[in-house]
Design a protein around this ligand. Structure first.
Ligand code: TXA
Ligand code: MG
Length: 316
């Protein structure tokens, strides 16, 4: 099911099939955003509740007017400076957008990804592609084509769907989500484009997410591996906890990539998956400082840690 054939991917999308598409952040499970039947399959394949809206991916900011209305100047500024790139904006939806995309909400999430294969796919397809991360709901996002296959092979249809291989994702954590329907705009999910950077670009102070959880990435538990994740602040704390647990007979590893946050983000989900593959009881993760890309890494690790593997009802 893994292929590098963009023409075949376009064909599959036009026929209502699903294509796992590489982006610079994580792999997305793409469907024609104008095809209700294909969108229904995205939710089924992911096991995702249908009231969790999907991000629509576009080839270029020029296509935005077909999907969103009343676009504030600040959003246009960010589109001009950050797209293509790891930024999703929530805007008022255009009336023609299907409810299946927005979960019936009055807003739509849109982004223009920068991965060259995503760009090529979007250009050739010629429309919007609704794509959540290509993992089962609440689990760790995929950053390679193999991760997608590991997660979804039992759910995708080899005759209708395709996994487009674009290599390992450069950034490794999901896009920053900025809600422009709130005033001031709110950063709902941290990512490689930081709140500090957005504030600087816009000359204003964005707010942190407030109010009821509006994105599933804001659920307390998300991005969860099977093994226990234990965040700690220092390498010394990590060794201490690891030694204590090993003495009790547990299989423990320490993950410390605090010396290189770009690599830490890029490899985080592969690291979490590797922890499961090696059958660890727990992975002790040394947290980076809460600055820059550190915010996004801390957010994902905290949510991975909030999952209780014994609780089948967890969002993860
Ligand atoms: O980097 C990314 O954003 C990746 C790649 C594939 O583009 N996509 C991604 O999609 O992470 P997903 O569905 O796993 O996470 C998108 C988040 C979800 O929490 C969803 O609820 C939220 O964005 N979202 C999308 N549209 C929304 C809307 N109209 N209102 C509120 N939240 C929205
Ligand atoms: Mg996701």
């Amino acid at each position: 099911m893994i292929s590098t054939d963009v023409d075949l991917a376009v064909e599959r999308l036009r026929a209502g099939g699903l294509v796992a598409m590489p982006t610079e952040t994580v792999y997305g499970l793409a469907a024609d955003a104008g095809c209700a039947e294909a969108l229904a399959r995205v939710f089924a394949v992911k096991g995702r509740p249908t009231d969790h809206p999907l991000i629509v991916h576009l080839a270029s900011a020029d296509d935005l007017d077909a999907w969103a209305v009343d676009i504030p100047d600040a959003a246009a500024t960010l589109a001009a400076t950050c797209w293509p790139g790891p930024l999703t904006m929530l805007l008022d939806r255009a009336p023609t957008v299907l409810d299946a995309v927005t979960g019936g909400r009055p807003t739509i999430g849109v982004r223009v990804p920068s991965h060259p294969i995503a760009t090529e796919l979007l250009r050739r397809f010629g429309g919007g592609l609704a794509a959540p991360s290509a993992n089962r709901f609440g689990k760790v996002s995929p950053t390679t084509a193999q991760h997608v296959l590991d997660d979804l092979s039992g759910h995708l249809d080899p005759d209708r769907d395709l996994i487009l291989d674009g290599g390992p994702c450069e950034i490794g954590v999901e896009s920053t989500i900025v809600d422009f329907t709130a005033a001031p705009p709110q950063v709902l999910r941290s990512g490689a484009i930081t709140a500090e950077e957005i504030d600087r670009l816009l000359g204003l102070d964005t707010a942190a997410a407030a109010g009821p959880s509006r994105t599933s990435g804001m659920l307390v538990s998300h991005y969860a591996p099977e093994c226990l994740v234990l965040p700690v602040d220092t390498a010394a704390d990590a060794e201490h906890i690891a030694a204590e647990r090993r003495d009790r007979g547990e299989r423990i590893d320490v993950l410390d990539r605090t010396d290189d946050l770009v690599a830490a983000a890029k490899l985080l989900y592969a690291d979490l998956r590797a922890a499961d593959e090696s059958g660890l009881d727990a992975l002790v993760v040394v947290m980076p400082a809460a600055a820059g890309l550190g915010h996004a890494i801390r957010d994902r690790v905290t949510k991975a840690a909030a999952a209780d593997p014994a609780d089948p009802s967890r969002a993860g």
